[in-house]
Design a protein around this ligand. Sequence first.
Ligand SMILES: [Zn+2]
Ligand SMILES: [Zn+2]
Ligand SMILES: [Zn+2]
Length: 140
Amino acid sequence: MTKEEAKDILSSKKVIGTPKRVALLRVLSTHKKPVSVSELLKKVQKDIELDLVTMYRNLTLLSNVGIVKELHLQKGVSLYEYNKGDHHHHFICRGCGYIEDIHDCLSLDITEKALKNTKKFSSVSDHSFELFGICNVCSK
Ligand SMILES: [Zn+2]
Ligand SMILES: [Zn+2]
Ligand SMILES: [Zn+2]
């Protein structure tokens, strides 16, 4: 993604394309898999001066407008990925942290059941869940 493309994406969500946000988004868009905050910070810092607090603030902003997806995995670890708009779920190895995308949406049954069992909600606008297991490499 070029700087111009990053700026366009940001402005389409009414977010000002500051150099820091542009750098952050460009690094995120090169990752095919969700990436941890520390890894992200290391890579963005090659491009621009950025501290952890500022990065968190910008990540929160970008995830609030839907440009970035925040995944809450085990032990309070958050991973971030660029939201290309292709709805998917993740299969995550408990052993090594390997992540595979699942492109079939798994939730229709669950959504229906959940709606039957609640009196407080009548529709679902969005959902997110991940599957955990041990990958074949780790189980050997
Ligand atoms: Zn594994
Ligand atoms: Zn993903
Ligand atoms: Zn789904």
